[in-house]
Design a binder for this molecule. Structure first.
Ligand code: ATP
Ligand code: MG
Length: 282
């Protein structure tokens, strides 16, 4: 797989307004994201996830170390525009990302800023709205949409700019379970069908399980990086870092602790049921 984003020995410290020294928010992050991957970044509150996310499209620059996007260093002023074209960022609150009074105008906004010709914008907006399954709402006012629908419109605005990678910082945190499912389905589809590289920052372990790879952070460092199955088999290590595991994984882990012969790790309810049925039958 081709390397896309490369983070090398990244340390980052926020500037304090009162001139006081603050602690490093990121301390020695090394991470390579390959083209086409779907990576979940998980960590406790304040572990540095959002700070890291903002390094992926040059909103923040390393205090020391380097971040490159498709070979372009984020510290290179001349490349910031190109980097932001390649890496789009979706934030937590859809209300803060909606700028226009009509859905399709909102989706067009980013493209207009990029100077895309009007006929091309029309085409891109329609395709982006279809990709997130919001085409029939194109003439609606965003105010009247549900949280999940608004977040999908925000994602469409990013897709219309045709990025190669989308970074989503807790995009489902403010949504109800239905909105959360809608957004997760959209993200998964963009990765699988359109080949867009996805970096999903999330608190929800059930969402992380859907990724190809899970990166766990704590106190500005990565402490685990692997497939969901690898990562969620380390239940004890995760608990030491005050992190949960998916419910099905937790139940399986407890059964194992009681001496039952179940697999090392299960990720879904289906797998958990299968393991328990085997116990009952055998
Ligand atoms: N603008 C800022 N100025 C100073 N310190 C900050 C700022 N933003 C974040 N921090 C600090 O940097 C550290 C990492 O914060 P960050 O927001 O990246 O964590 P997070 O993992 O995204 O947390 P959450 O799950 O709450 O979104 C924390 O200690 C936080 O207090
Ligand atoms: Mg955050």
């Amino acid at each position: 797989m081709k390397e896309f984003i490369k983070v090398k020995d990244l340390y980052f410290k926020y500037e304090e307004e009162d001139g006081q020294e603050s602690d490093f928010a990121l301390r020695g992050i090394d991470l390579t994201i390959n083209k086409g991957e779907f990576v979940a970044v998980v960590g406790h509150n304040g572990s540095g996830k959002s700070t890291l996310a903002k390094h992926f499209n040059a909103i923040y620059l390393p205090t020391t170390g380097d971040v490159t996007v498709d070979g372009m260093n984020t510290k290179d002023d001349d490349r910031v525009f190109d980097i932001r074209k390649k890496v789009g960022l979706v934030l937590q609150n859809p209300d803060n990302q909606i700028v226009a009074g009509v859905v399709e105008e909102d989706v067009a906004f980013g493209c207009e800023n990029l100077g895309v010709p009007p006929a091309e914008i029309r085409h891109r907006v329609d395709e982006a709205l279809k990709a997130v399954d919001m085409y029939e709402y194109r003439q609606h006012s965003p105010d009247k949409l549900s949280g999940g629908q608004k977040q999908r419109v925000a994602i469409a605005g990013i897709i219309a700019m045709e990025p190669e990678c989308i970074v989503l910082d807790e995009p489902t945190a403010m949504l109800d379970p239905r909105g959360r499912d809608e957004v997760m389905e959209t993200i998964t589809k963009l990765n699988r069908e359109n080949g867009i590289t996805i970096i999903l920052i999330t608190h929800y372990m059930e969402e992380a399980v859907l990724a190809d790879r899970v990166v766990m952070v704590d106190q500005g460092r990565i402490f685990l990086d692997g497939t969901p199955r690898e990562v969620f088999s380390r239940v004890e290590l995760l608990k030491q870092h005050r992190l949960d595991v998916p419910q099905a994984t937790e139940l399986n882990y407890k059964l194992r602790g009681c001496g039952f012969d179940v697999p090392d790790s299960v990720l879904s309810e289906e797998e958990c049921i299968e393991a328990i049925m085997k116990l009952i039958k055998g």
